[in-house]
Write a protein that binds this ligand. Sequence first.
Ligand SMILES: [Fe+2]
Length: 221
Amino acid sequence: MACFRSLAKQSINRNFTINRRWKATLPALPYDYAALEPTISGEIMELHHTKHHQAYVNNLNEALVRLDEAKERNDFKTIISLGPIIRFNGGGHINHSIFWQVLSPNGGEPHGELRDAIEETYGSLENMKARLSKLAISVQGSGWAWLGMCPISGKIRSVACSNQDPLESTYGLVPLFGIDVWEHAYYLQYKNVRADYVQAIWNVVNWSDVERRYMSVKPTL
Ligand SMILES: [Fe+2]
């Protein structure tokens, strides 16, 4: 079941305030392209960041300009037709901006309240990894597997999203950690064996950032 609260407000996203002058920009990676090797090759990271994420940014900005122009001339047909384009490319921009941050060459394990919440929900950290991995491997075609938090109950949940559907505007969950299972994220290195990529990605999770996300939205009941 989705976890919605003031979805209209959430879907604009805390970090992406959209107005007429707003333009998406490609965020810099917090590490070198080769920093996640051997888990993810530098070639994949560079292509993923400079080609794929950049394309979402470019297409989103172009669509937003077209949206402004359509609004100026009250062109409702065009306004409506731009919705899916903005959702896809805006979702791609949001998802990848999170993805770069929740990976790190340092790896490690979650601690504190996040660790407690994971163990309360899944029984153990390993159970959570197994659940999210299974979701990621099972995505048909392209998409993401997410660990998210319901901002109302504070409960952690794991769900899969198709294509670039943003977790927050699809399920009302705040993203904590996501696995990109589009082929562009792993195919050059792992070929058709998505399961090996998903298993390996646990070596490079930036748990400090995941914890920061969890604590920043955890309800104080
Ligand atoms: Fe991607």
